[in-house]
Design a protein around this ligand. Structure first.
Ligand SMILES: [Fe+2]
Length: 222
């Protein structure tokens, strides 16, 4: 029998699938947009690793914590806590610092300035603590990071580095993290259905702009 609640359930399931597909497409588009890793100059290689590091080292755990504070479903909370636990216990910021150090790409003040505007936009967005949108952004982030690791490792190798713990760990563990965050997104969307005027991809779009600036600092300046 078709009931009002089953219609609502079907509609929310369809929206959940649509958001997941949009996030996956955004990841694929961003990967396809990257310049060929063999064609980038040594200056660009250093810059990409340094700006990636400037953004990720101090912000990933902060934004995942923002996601934790923003969600209300128990399932989302437990998935995020597990993720944070791993980040802190295994000290992923330390892994990233060692990766950047070995690639001679510790961020400079210029690197921090290059990402400042787009990083600020993401920070302000996270501060609004909108659960579904932050989870969409973090699922996009994890999914992108996982696919980006081979590219980042190629850049580091071309810089003469042999330190690949960070890229090895994230190329593998983020597969499960991405799936977990999509599950969390579904749980949160079921509990807090989106308003029609809400742009569920707002955080995804802001983060995509930031990642494009990491790779090509001039690409997003207007
Ligand atoms: Fe990590």
């Amino acid at each position: 029998m078709t009931t009002v609640s089953s219609i609502t359930e079907n509609a929310s399931q369809a929206l959940e699938t649509a958001v997941q597909q949009d996030v996956e497409r955004a990841i694929e588009d961003l990967m396809a947009w990257l310049p060929d890793s063999k064609e980038v100059s040594s200056d660009q290689r250093r810059g990409i690793i340094a700006r990636y590091s400037a953004v990720l080292e101090g912000n990933f755990i902060y934004w995942m914590t923002g996601a934790y504070l923003a969600v209300s479903s128990e399932e989302s909370r437990s998935i995020i806590i597990e993720n944070l636990h791993e980040e802190v216990r295994d000290s992923h910021p330390r892994m990233l610092r060692e990766f950047a150090l070995a690639a001679h790409a510790i961020p400079t003040d210029h690197d921090a300035i290059a990402v400042h505007r787009d990083l600020t936009n993401v920070r302000l967005f996270v501060g609004r603590l909108s659960g579904v949108q932050i989870l969409a952004m973090m699922a996009f982030f994890e999914g992108f990071i996982q696919k980006f690791m081979a590219y980042l490792a190629d850049l580091a190798a071309a810089q003469g580095s042999a330190e690949f713990v960070y890229t090895d760990v994230h190329g593998v563990c983020d597969v499960a993290h991405t799936a977990g965050l999509f599950r969390a997104l579904g749980a949160e969307m079921a509990l807090n259905p989106a308003e029609p005027e809400e742009n569920l991809l707002e955080g995804v779009n802001l983060l995509r702009t930031l990642i494009q600036t990491i790779v090509e600092p001039d690409s997003t300046q207007r």
